[in-house]
Write a protein that binds this ligand. Structure first.
Ligand code: M6R
Length: 612
């Protein structure tokens, strides 16, 4: 969840580190810090709070050095204060460490360092102590060897960057279940949590694999495995540039990313239609015969990706005729899921780094299930561990609140449903061609919605102070109700919950009283008449109703709702969620802005959740 970066071989590494931290801040923003080496000593500046506080401190007390490492923190062990901010140093100030992850056995390791004085409550600081002790060992190991010996004793997850004043110009990095990339270009060496931090320097990098350790120097990277033998990381190129990682005139990344959805949806659809009614998923790499034999599918995911997976379930069951369970990834491996070689696992993750989702997918794979990753990040851990990948092509998503990843994940789920149906002889090419042709109009429909938000802004102004909002939906509207509630709560901090509309009468309707707001996701689909009855039930009990309609359902809804937000009719019912979610993304955004919330960096959250 934290962001880490190291740079060596630049006249002022600190400026590059701060620029990189700015692009990693979405990973956590409880504190930020940097260490650099000028001459024979390490200089450290670190501050609780967002990166701007570190920048202010550096303005007052500049830090020089051609080599340095930096960190932006999402607190796990210890409060978000100056002391617990990274980097952490050993007591002599000669070894500095930044870390993303959790060292689970840090207490035992601390206890071994009898008499050592620790300056923080973190799990990380012990690593600096241990590396310093190794460097003092009688056989005189270099920094790479010292770090190798130490990580061999660590339990848990880590991406570590370590430097020492004894080896100026060198950064040693190590990875275990937390993302870490390295790169070398034009006489400079880099390491970072992800490529967004380095995109202005290079579009080619190498992802370390679990257990690998690397020595990063000016213009050179050397990788070894846990035994110290030369090893190969996974080299890849990204197909986006710096402008994609910047706000480009939008007030917030969330708004920019909402507006990028027409392009993101178009890109995700591209290249999967052979023109003869066959869905092409070239990176899937799973034997078609295996897919034909599948008798059960688990979709595993967290948060917004979970909601996209719920739409994927509808598509796969409808077209491919195989039962699908959608599971909260963090629960999956702690029960006894029935998984075998005829079970297909589809793991959805924008980042491809969510530890809950990766661990759940690994658990299923260990029992013989083939795994497909639906990921937005090329080279992500999930994409690399899976047997096959379907990449969403949303481009980098920076805002903590996921938007364009969601709509592209829905599109990916539709493509997977069609693809599986064809492998299982459930769909003629002419039928698939018809669906693909209809889907091709989706990007333009998405554009129409996001470019006209006047009615949504008016709704946000009207309901901005409603303390409790209940979202309801049925069938394809239900995942959108869940997603709408998640968006509102995470960016505006207003209490919001979602329920299947038909469940209201079994309990939740007791919460309705005058002053409550019910958001009904009510497209013109086969469950619309039932949903209208549910809307009438809550309105009769005094709730205000904000409905999301399609053109086909608008007239029927108007008598029963206080406000109706209308999106175009979708080209097919299963694609409707791509459109109905858009007003709810914009509604959450505008409510949050009106309430003065920090839209792109909501409290307590981080974009990429690499801890359990
Ligand atoms: O990167 P992932 O898709 O695996 O992330 C999963 C969730 O952490 C993520 O969707 C989260 O719920 C977002 N903040 C939602 O906006």
């Amino acid at each position: 969840m934290c962001g880490i970066i190291g740079v060596t071989g630049r006249p002022s590494a600190v400026a590059d580190i701060v620029a990189g931290l700015r692009r990693l801040e979405y990973r956590g923003y409880d504190s930020a810090g940097v260490v650099a080496q000028a001459g024979d000593r390490l200089g450290v500046v670190k501050r609780a709070g967002k990166l701007d506080r570190l920048v202010e401190a550096l303005d007052g007390s500049p830090l020089e050095g051609a080599v340095g490492i930096g960190h932006t923190r999402w607190a796990t062990h210890g409060a978000p204060n100056d002391e617990n901010a990274h980097p952490h140093l050993d007591p002599t100030g000669r070894v500095a460490v930044v870390h993303n992850g959790i060292i689970e056995n840090y207490r035992a390791l601390r206890a071994e360092l009898d008499g050592a004085v620790f300056a923080s409550e973190t799990d990380t600081e012990v690593v600096a102590h241990l590396v310093a002790r190794e460097l003092d060992a009688s056989d005189g190991p270099d920094l790479l060897e010292a770090v190798r010996r130490v990580v061999g004793r660590l339990e848990g997850a880590y991406a570590l960057c370590v430097m020492s004043d004894r080896e100026p110009g060198t950064i040693v990095v190590a990875r275990q279940q937390a993302p870490l990339i390295v790169a070398a270009r034009d006489g400079v060496g880099f390491c970072a949590s992800d490529v967004a931090a380095l995109i202005e320097h290079t579009d080619t990098c190498a992802a370390l694999l679990d257990g690998q350790i690397a020595r990063v120097r000016a213009g050179a990277v050397e990788v070894v495995d846990a035994d110290g033998a030369p090893a190969e990381p996974d080299t890849y190129r990204v197909d986006w540039d710096l402008s994609a990682a910047e706000k480009q005139g939008y007030e917030h990344f969330m708004l920019k990313e909402i507006h990028e959805q027409p392009t993101a949806v178009r890109e995700t659809l591209l290249g999967h239609d052979d023109g003869a009614g066959n869905v092409l998923l070239d990176d899937l790499r799973i034997d078609p015969a295996v897919l034909a034999r599948v008798d059960k599918v688990f979709i595993l995911a967290a948060g917004t990706s979970l909601h996209a997976g719920m739409v994927g379930k509808l598509a796969i069951e409808h077209w491919a005729g195989v039962p699908v369970d959608v599971e909260v990834a963090s629960e999956f491996r702690y029960r006894d899921p029935i998984v075998d070689a005829r079970t297909l696992v589809i793991a959805y993750s924008q980042s491809g780094e969510t530890i809950d989702t990766i661990a759940a997918a690994e658990h299923a794979r260990d029992q013989g299930a083939p795994v497909i990753a639906v990921s937005n990040v090329v080279g992500s851990t999930l994409a690399r561990m899976a047997d096959g990948v379907l990449h969403t092509r949303a481009g980098p998503e920076v805002a903590v609140a996921s938007t364009k990843a969601f709509t592209t994940q829905i599109v990916a789920g539709l493509l997977l449903g069609l693809y599986l149906a064809q492998r299982r002889d459930r769909l003629f090419p002419s039928e698939a061609a018809d669906v693909l042709e209809r889907l091709a109009v989706l990007p333009d429909l998405v554009r129409r919605v996001v470019e006209d938000d006047a009615a949504i802004v008016a709704a946000a102004e009207r309901f901005r102070d409603v303390g409790y909002t209940m979202f309801i939906g049925r069938h394809g509207g239900l995942p959108i109700a869940y997603e709408g509630a998640l968006k509102l709560k995470e960016v505006s901090y207003l209490h919001a919950e979602a329920f299947p509309a038909g469940e209201m009468k079994h309990g939740p309707i007791a919460l309705i009283e005058p002053g409550a707001l019910v958001v009904a996701v009510a497209p013109d689909d086969h469950v619309f008449p039932k949903l209208v009855s549910n809307v009438q039930e809550v309105r009769a009990r005094g709730a205000a109703v904000l409905a999301v309609a399609t053109e086909g359902s608008r007239a029927a809804l108007e008598p029963h709702a206080d406000v109706v937000l209308t999106v175009p009719d979708a080209p097919l019912e299963l694609a409707t969620p791509v459109l109905t979610v858009l007003p709810l993304q914009l509604y959450a955004y505008h409510v949050a802005v009106l309430r003065g919330a920090d839209v792109d960096q909501p409290r307590n959250l981080a974009k990429t959740v690499t801890v359990e």
